[in-house]
Design a protein around this ligand. Sequence first.
Ligand code: GTB
Length: 215
Amino acid sequence: MTIVITAFERSPDGGKGLARDTRVRWALEEVGQPYEVRLVSFRAMKEPAHLALHPFGQIPTYEEGDLVLFETGAIIFHLAERHPGLFPGDADARARAISWMFAALNSVEPPILDLSIAKFVEGDQAWSQARLPLVMDRIRHRLRSLSARLEGSEWLDGAFSAGDLMMVSVLLRLRASGLLDEFPTLATYVARGEARPAYKRAFAAQLAVNAPGSD
Ligand code: GTB
């Protein structure tokens, strides 16, 4: 059955791989599943055909026959359950990998999103500059704990898992802020994720769509 995901027709990041289809592409590459991509414009995302797939009118979505999924956490969880490569065989290790997926999405990503909102959505507000140090410190607070836990290990819990895929994907968004470089353990961890052949294939595939001049 052909797997079809959706992605931006043209990502605002110009191919840096920060839009969330990249993490789904990465998971598909890790488990060796071929997939097709349907590109959608910002307008098409809010039209009924796409809203039937994604209630909030966003990307990415995932279609596999009659199954339609949204939310990258759910999509990657589904792939990890159905195919070898992203969850460990041992039941307890699998449960811990799931903890790390949730940690990435619920504990680490929210303060990082706050920074994007503070810069790009609220940036023209009079109070925006004054709030930035506070937002950055909330991120540092999380990164400090994560870095301490990761110290001396390649991955979060033994072998690479969907937990690492999600955590690296979330952390990648910090690179431009310079915050990642304050935590060398995390910067090396992210680089380790990016060095995986599956990540490289996923990155190249989104770049082919989004790089300037790639019409
Ligand atoms: N919780 C959902 C998930 O994990 O699937 C969040 C999905 C989401 O935020 N999708 C974004 C979207 O569709 C794209 S990834 N936005 C359009 C809209 O809401 O109308 C977020 C994103 C967009 C662009 C960049 N960038 O250019 O750097 C980075 C991340």
